[in-house]
Design a protein around this ligand. Structure first.
Ligand SMILES: *Cc1c(COP(=O)(O)O)cnc(C)c1O
Length: 393
């Protein structure tokens, strides 16, 4: 079936499907490192590109390819490049798009290691990086230098829930010849389609919502055009950042229920956000679905839902937050997000511990910030758990 004009949910289930000799209804795990050539000529043709046969799993594999096709269809992109982790996707994109002497402009509250690897490692190759509040378009424009090559946006940003205007960024990128890269992990293509809004590259930690079951780590990159796809795929293959067939199989299984899960995650998140916003011990809350979010209108314009990530602080500051984390029973105290289970964590001491205090402050990652990833349990139970823990403070 041609899925070009099919709806999103249909693509979730069927995009990337393959027909094998046994008529398998789902994509099987092709757990093989290498592929048999029919003869010497076939082997030579696979290498030259005259045949599109598989060669070796780091280069390509049917299970991984099915996932790449699936996510590329969801993002309305040219092709997908699956990686062993979300960070594998990010470093592959950096490596493919940046030369020594180049400059990248990035969201200040970007995922911690996505910033850390630029500050601590890419500087060794003379790549320059500026981290700015990309929600303020003037800050982006001010940061542009003659050697700027990439504009890297995470929206909503992790964990400040700051939102960046993607259409405006695409315009700035175009005017200045920058490649626009968007980390779409928080929204998934179900809630936000950066390529449709003008981005050149979109990437994910599929560890989170796309797989959704907290049982693998993985990443994926989708490009809008063929040229960038080839360039980035080359880097992935040569650096060995590939996904494994078993990982790909689990992600293919997880992604089928993406819209069902995200709908429920979101429905619960709205209830949890309402509860937290009216609780006397909660000092502040950032959730794009609340009118109190400073970019509520922008969120409504570019996202097809507010998602299920909530950041908040308690009137008692970090000590109170710590007490909360030690007293919840249903919410799992763990990093990561976007699963079927509710998770709670403290970015300043956990995910963003590697970011300097000064940079954390600049990015708005305060010591009292608690990050909450709302799962698909019964909303009453999630709220009841928070309530009893808040009562203990
Ligand atoms: C988790 C995460 C990453 C990194 O992904 P891994 O799969 O852990 O390597 C990147 N970006 C965002 C927004 C994330 O939440």
């Amino acid at each position: 079936m041609d899925l070009k004009y099919a709806g999103f949910d249909t693509k979730l289930i069927h995009a990337g499907e393959i027909e094998d000799q046994f008529g398998s209804a789902t994509v099987p795990i092709y757990q093989t490192s290498t592929f048999r050539f029919k003869n010497a000529q076939h082997g030579a043709d696979c290498f030259s590109g005259a045949s599109d046969g598989y060669i070796y799993t780091r280069i390509g594999n049917p299970t991984i390819h099915a996932l790449e096709q699936n996510i590329a269809a969801l993002e309305n992109g040219f092709g997908g490049i699956a990686t062993g982790s979300g960070m594998g996707a990010i470093t592959t994109v950096y490596m493919a798009l940046l030369n020594g002497g180049d400059h990248i402009i990035s969201t200040d509250a970007v995922y911690g290691p996505a910033r850390g690897v630029l500050e601590q490692d890419f500087t060794r190759f003379h790549v320059e990086a500026s981290f700015v509040n990309t929600a303020d378009l003037d800050e982006i424009k001010k940061a542009i230098r003659p050697n700027s090559k990439v504009l890297y946006i995470e929206t909503p940003a992790n964990p400040t829930m700051q939102i960046t205007d993607l259409v405006a960024c695409a315009k700035i990128a175009k005017e200045h010849g920058l490649v626009l890269v968007v980390d779409n992990t928080f929204c998934t293509p179900y809630l936000q389609k950066p390529l449709d809004l003008g981005a050149d590259v979109v990437l994910h930690s599929v560890t989170k919502f796309i797989n959704g079951h907290a049982d693998i780590v993985g990443g994926i990159i989708v490009t809008k055009e063929a040229a960038l796809y080839k360039k980035i795929r080359h880097c992935m293959v040569y650096m060995g950042c590939n996904m494994d067939p078993h990982q790909a199989y689990l992600v293919l299984r997880g992604v089928k229920t993406l819209s069902l899960r995200v709908d429920r995650n979101q429905e619960n998140a709205v209830k949890v956000a309402d509860f937290l916003e009216s609780h006397p011990k909660v000092a502040w809350i950032k959730y794009p679905g609340l009118k109190s979010h400073p970019q509520y209108e922008l969120a409504k314009r570019q996202m097809m839902g507010a998602g299920s990530m909530i950041s908040f602080g308690l009137t008692g500051g970090f000590e109170a937050g710590k007490k909360l984390m030690d007293n919840v029973h249903l919410a799992v105290l763990a990093v990561s997000l976007g699963g079927v289970e509710t998770l709670i964590q403290h970015p300043a001491s956990m995910t963003h511990a590697g970011v300097s205090k000064e940079n954390k402050e600049q990015a708005g990652i305060t010591d009292d910030l608690v990050r909450f990833s709302v799962g698909i349990e019964n909303a009453e139970d999630i709220i009841g758990d928070l309530k009893q823990a808040l009562d203990k403070i």
